[in-house]
Write a protein that binds this ligand. Structure first.
Ligand SMILES: Cc1cc2nc3c(=O)[nH]c(=O)nc-3n(C[C@H](O)[C@H](O)[C@H](O)COP(=O)(O)OP(=O)(O)OC[C@H]3O[C@@H](n4cnc5c(N)ncnc54)[C@H](O)[C@@H]3O)c2cc1C
Length: 470
């Protein structure tokens, strides 16, 4: 018999799950969170967003130190102590997950350690350390996230790494092949290259960061020409053999056999629903394995909700947290719906690439009429003071109404600039709103204002000769 019945039980302690559990508690419900770890955090904090950004910070700092000689500031070649870097990265993770544990306790969210499985639509069986307990609930929120996809026939191992094992930073191999040039592959590839590995990248499509607009990716490619040994587009891995030195057979444009010490497989992620006992409920999944939900994130089983990576793309932490709060509020009877117009995406490489709303690629594919204006950072005073004039800001808007539909930024701290654009898209701002909002000088945010000014031929820092009247 189950001992206690929770108002809401959340399965999975990632950014979706803990945001949902905390919101449920804030709304006065008795909430519990089930997760195998001692503290909430999920993939994002333990094996994703946070460790990758901590490591990227280290290699960015190293690069900046090397480039500082241009400004008259010279350092010796930075010496990387991998053990210390690893310890520092782990300490950042521990500090954050510990903080979440405290927040959980303060809110009186019951943290149940273990792996959960539905036995019916109101009961879970939770297993931990060989022991099992039954927990019953009025409502459940599934937030079990996702896991790295692997290449069929290839098992992850010590030398064939997933993003999770690569972020453990076991060592810095002499050579590394990154399979997949999406954001995870390029971020972790940048870390290893910055630490001294010879990193090559292989990608099936014809571009880096598939999905992002090419002009933004070009800014990344230009700065990172030297970072990677080789970038092999339109090529895929056919076979990997060998133990100590891996023999990798590639097919496509760069067909051949290559040797690497390690391989990182970063070809995407898949929703995690295996062994969850969904068959004991009415919860349905789609053909990609994502749990089907409505705008309140409610599944086909009316008291069970699903949020985050397990409920669909984009698989991003902030989308998961937003959904978590919506689901908790919907359970509490709130009139809420998940209907974002702009979910920001940020790639934390150097330069960062960030975008929100519609991209040029999407507009083209969906035949949506758009107008695009661009402001090159070569004309930004702030970018010059940072020695980083290599950026680009572009606005995508409706040609008739001038409503902002999307924004793309490539450059230093692009991720910190994109929220202004998110607000603009969500609030149906028009280009003139950017122009008429006074932006602080000198900041990189001015590039957004001046990109809008470009539309009216009035960007202060760009001279465009007037067209002669006919
Ligand atoms: C290398 C890497 C870098 C990333 N960087 C970023 C970034 O910079 N920004 C960003 O927005 N996103 C980033 N992501 C994606 C981000 O991590 C995910 O979108 C986010 O973690 C999804 O949150 P979630 O709550 O859906 O689930 P997750 O964070 O995946 O957490 C799910 C939790 O559920 C637990 N669980 C699974 N099954 C069960 C079960 N049966 N019972 C109990 N618990 C269970 C898991 O152990 C896990 O703790 C990155 C991902 C990776 C891999």
């Amino acid at each position: 018999m189950a001992e206690q019945k929770y108002d809401v039980i959340v399965i999975g302690g990632g950014p979706g799950g803990y945001a949902a559990a905390f919101m449920a508690a804030d709304l006065g419900m008795q909430a519990a969170l089930v997760d195998p770890e001692e503290n909430p955090g999920g993939v994002c904090l333990y094996r994703g967003c946070i460790p990758s950004k901590a490591l990227l910070h280290v290699v960015k700092l190293k690069q900046e130190a090397l480039e500082a000689s241009e400004f008259g500031l010279s350092f010796d070649e930075p010496d990387i102590n991998v053990k210390k870097v690893r310890e520092w990265k782990n300490s950042v993770v521990q500090k954050l997950v510990g903080g979440l544990g405290q927040l959980s306790k303060k809110r009186k969210v019951e943290h149940i350690r273990g792996v959960a499985k539905f036995t019916d639509a109101n009961t879970l069986e939770v297993e931990h350390d060989g022991k099992s307990q039954e927990v019953s609930f009025e409502h459940a929120i599934i937030a079990t996230g996702s896991e790295p996809a692997s290449i069929p026939g290839l098992e992850f191992s010590k030398n064939i790494m997933s993003s999770a094992s690569a972020l453990d930073l076991p060592d810095v191999p002499d050579s590394l092949l990154v399979v997949g040039a999406g954001y995870i592959g390029l971020e972790i590839g940048s870390v290893y290259a910055g630490m001294g590995s010879k990193v090559s990248v292989v990608e099936m499509t014809d571009m880096l960061m598939p999905g992002a607009d090419r002009d933004l990716v070009d800014v990344f490619a230009k700065r990172n020409k030297e970072l990677f040994e080789e970038i092999m587009l339109e090529t895929k891995v056919a076979e990997i053999s060998g133990k100590r030195k891996l023999k990798v057979k590639l097919e496509g444009k760069h067909e051949g056999e290559y040797k690497f010490d390690k391989v990182l497989i970063a070809i995407g992620r898949k929703p995690r629903t295996k062994n969850l006992g969904l068959e004991n409920t009415q919860v349905e999944t789609d053909d990609k394995g994502f749990i089907k939900v409505n705008e309140q994130r409610q599944t086909a089983e009316s008291n069970i909700y699903a949020i985050g990576d397990v409920s669909g793309e984009p698989m991003l932490a902030h989308k998961a947290s937003h959904e978590g709060k919506i689901a908790a509020e919907a359970i509490a009877g709130g009139k809420v719906a998940y209907e974002p117009k702009a979910i920001p995406a940020v790639v934390y490489t150097d330069p960062e690439i960030a975008w929100c709303g519609i991209t040029e690629n999407e507009a083209k594919a969906q035949d949506i009429p758009i107008k695009v204006v661009k402001f090159p950072w070569a004309a930004s005073g702030r970018a010059a003071t940072l020695g980083r004039s290599d950026g680009l800001t572009k606005l995508i808007f409706d040609p008739d109404t001038e409503r902002i539909l999307g924004v793309g930024i490539a450059g230093k701290n692009a991720g910190d600039l994109i929220p202004e654009a998110v607000l603009a898209v969500e609030m149906a701002a028009v280009a003139k709103d950017f122009s008429l909002s006074i932006h602080p000088h000198p900041t990189l945010s001015e590039t957004i204002m001046e990109a809008a000014d470009v539309l009216y031929g009035q960007a202060t820092h760009i001279y465009r000769p007037k067209r002669k009247k006919k």
